[in-house]
Ligand binder design. Structure first.
Ligand SMILES: *[C@@H]1O[C@H](CO)[C@@H](O)[C@H](O)[C@H]1NC(C)=O
Ligand SMILES: *[C@@H]1O[C@H](CO)[C@@H](O)[C@H](O)[C@H]1NC(C)=O
Length: 194
């Protein structure tokens, strides 16, 4: 019983459930460094670049449950976790609790206290790290996506984050942010930085 549909379906399952690291490259392909087998990333987006600079949803569910759902319920093997440059160059010492207070997010703070209490007194950078580590434990590969400079919703032509010369795009600060993130996650085999 082998219709094209069955074939595609099986391939799909195989691809979505494979996870490998460390990764490497071979010509144009992403491969498993140890086996040389081709690895396909099936990534879901997880925003973490918005005003409060915390991966969204930590007020709703424990991080390990979110990670488990991404992998087991939804079938992804990878997350594209967005981040903002200023998280690393300007706000790295701000705690999650302080960040929520800056936006008067009382109810969200209560939600985090309920679902992920250990995160509240972490700095926003440590909180991102904790989420990345939870994904590593759940065998999810992570693409850390530098989405924007000023943490906010993006992307429009006039958001000041788009291109050289824009109000919130200083190339030196951008590079500083990339270097800081690269150093922080260097050696973490499940992370790629874009
Ligand atoms: C964070 O705190 C450390 C140690 O107090 C300090 O050296 C660093 O400049 C601070 N970073 C930012 C972005 O304020
Ligand atoms: C938060 O609340 C204070 C006091 O009501 C107010 O002055 C401030 O503008 C609010 N901040 C935001 C970001 O809404």
């Amino acid at each position: 019983m082998s219709s094209p549909f069955t074939y595609v379906f099986i391939l799909h399952l195989f691809v979505l459930h494979s996870h490998s690291f460390p990764l490497s490259t071979s010509s144009r392909w992403i491969v498993d460094e140890n086996t040389g087998d081709r690895v396909k990333l099936a990534c879901v987006n997880w925003p973490g670049h918005l005003h409060v600079m915390i991966p969204e949803g930590l007020n709703k569910r424990p991080v390990k449950d979110i990670v488990s759902d991404i992998s087991h319920k939804m079938g992804f093997n990878c997350v594209r976790l967005t981040w903002a440059t200023y998280m690393y160059t300007r706000y790295s010492n701000l705690t999650v609790s302080e960040s929520l207070d800056r936006w008067n997010l009382t109810v969200t703070k209560e939600g985090i206290a309920r679902n992920n209490p250990e995160v509240l007194e972490m700095s926003i950078v440590e909180a991102q790290n904790a989420v990345v580590n939870a994904m590593g434990k759940g065998k999810i590969m992570v693409v850390l996506d530098n989405h924007i400079s000023l943490p906010e919703w993006c992307c429009g032509y006039n958001d000041g984050n788009g291109f050289f010369g824009d109000e919130d795009f200083d190339p030196d600060e951008w590079v500083r942010g990339l270097v800081t993130v690269a150093c922080r996650y260097k050696g973490n085999p499940s992370v790629r930085i874009t």
